[in-house]
Write a protein that binds this ligand. Structure first.
Ligand SMILES: [Zn+2]
Length: 360
């Protein structure tokens, strides 16, 4: 075995992993726009599971899928992977019923300010609309991409066509595939087909359906093996704004199946197995009751509440957090970096500290 070959094998085996014996070499961040902590921790909401408030088209079918007697059973029916895998082997923050508060600190409670806080680690008062303006702030993925170890090993896939502006894709330099933009699919028939499906199943102006976005990211993962991957899904917010509680729940459930497939795919690949941490987040919450559940923003104070999930080889399995210190949206960016052994606060001191109890 040549020295170079040996070195490659050692790198692949994670021998040059982080100090302190930490194992994470890759981080996946997945967000689903405006999915409430209420559904995540209590399951389907009885106040909305009806025709009047939730505009449910087929009530018996929806109840068969997601109605159970207890909130614990309901949440497991809605998001089985979250509750069987992440709650068992990782951590879930934001169950306000148990005294775990997670919230955005931007005071706006809508998407651009939320994603800016999530991805750059700090709120910014200059960001006060969802207009497609290039973000002046550098996000954690861009910062990672500038480091030789992560160069061209960073990618983002986003349903919403504003995300390339929030990530400032032209400046950031890594692959940002957002909105209806086709993935540069040269030679990959699978990706070409997904580009076509994305375009031809268009329902909303600002974003395609989640499925082709997620499946494009999954194919990128299989073929390009990024070390830092961001997947940003949007249907949960769209269906909630339309007042369709049935389609909102179905979108949330689909996100859960994506998390499962993403995780299992990673565990089947030597580059990722036992050295990958998954983070799950949202950009804002929503109102409580009807019709407030459809909306969010500064006028709906409760829409500042969010939730986070984290699971990986370095994170202790503390499960669903209760009586826990409050955590904020601004702590996720530094968490992404810390899991990869990097100190984002050195670059951006105003960013939130990494989430507590992230490491064993
Ligand atoms: Zn919204």
């Amino acid at each position: 075995m040549t020295r170079r070959f040996l070195l490659q094998n050692l790198v692949a085996a994670g021998a040059f992993a982080q100090p302190g014996g930490r194992k994470t070499r890759n981080v996946f961040l997945v967000s689903t726009d405006g999915l409430r902590w209420q559904e995540v921790f209590r399951g389907a909401d009885p106040a909305l599971l009806n025709k009047e408030q939730g505009h449910v088209a087929d009530l018996p079918a929806l109840k068969a899928s997601y109605w159970r007697e207890s909130p614990t059973q309901r949440r497991a029916a809605l998001m089985p992977f979250l509750w069987s895998a992440i709650a068992r082997n990782g951590q879930l923050w934001g169950n306000r019923d148990l005294g775990s508060d997670a919230y955005v600190t931007n005071g706006k409670n809508f998407s651009y300010p939320g994603y800016n806080e999530l991805l750059t680690g700090a709120p910014d008062d200059r960001i006060d609309s969802n207009d497609k303006k290039p973000n002046p702030n550098i996000n954690v993925f861009e910062w990672l991409h500038r480091k030789p170890a992560f160069r061209d090993k960073v990618a983002a896939f986003a349903a919403w066509d504003c995300l390339p502006f929030i990530l400032n894709a032209p400046r950031a330099g890594f692959l940002v595939n957002g909105g209806y933009d086709p993935y540069p699919a040269a030679g990959n028939p699978h990706l070409s087909l997904l580009n076509r499906v994305k375009k031809e199943t268009a329902l909303w102006d600002a974003e395609p359906m989640d499925a082709p976005v997620y499946l494009t990211a999954l194919e990128h993962l299989r073929t390009k093996k990024p070390r830092a991957l961001y997947i940003s899904l949007g249907e949960t917010d769209e269906w909630a704004h339309e007042g369709r509680y049935d389609l909102y729940l179905q979108a949330a459930h689909r996100v859960d199946t994506y998390l499962k497939e993403l995780w299992e795919t990673a565990q089947s690949m030597p580059e990722y197995r036992d050295q990958t941490t998954l983070l799950v987040a949202v950009d804002h919450g929503r109102g409580e009751g009807s019709p407030a559940w459809r909306s969010h923003g500064a006028k709906l104070a409760e829409s500042k509440y969010v939730w986070f999930g984290v699971m990986g080889p370095d994170t202790p399995p503390l499960g669903e957090r209760g009586k826990a210190p409050p955590v904020t949206e601004s702590q996720v960016a530094a968490s992404v970096a810390a899991l990869l052994g990097e100190d984002y606060l050195q670059f951006r001191p105003q960013a939130g500290k990494p989430l507590p109890d992230l490491f064993r």
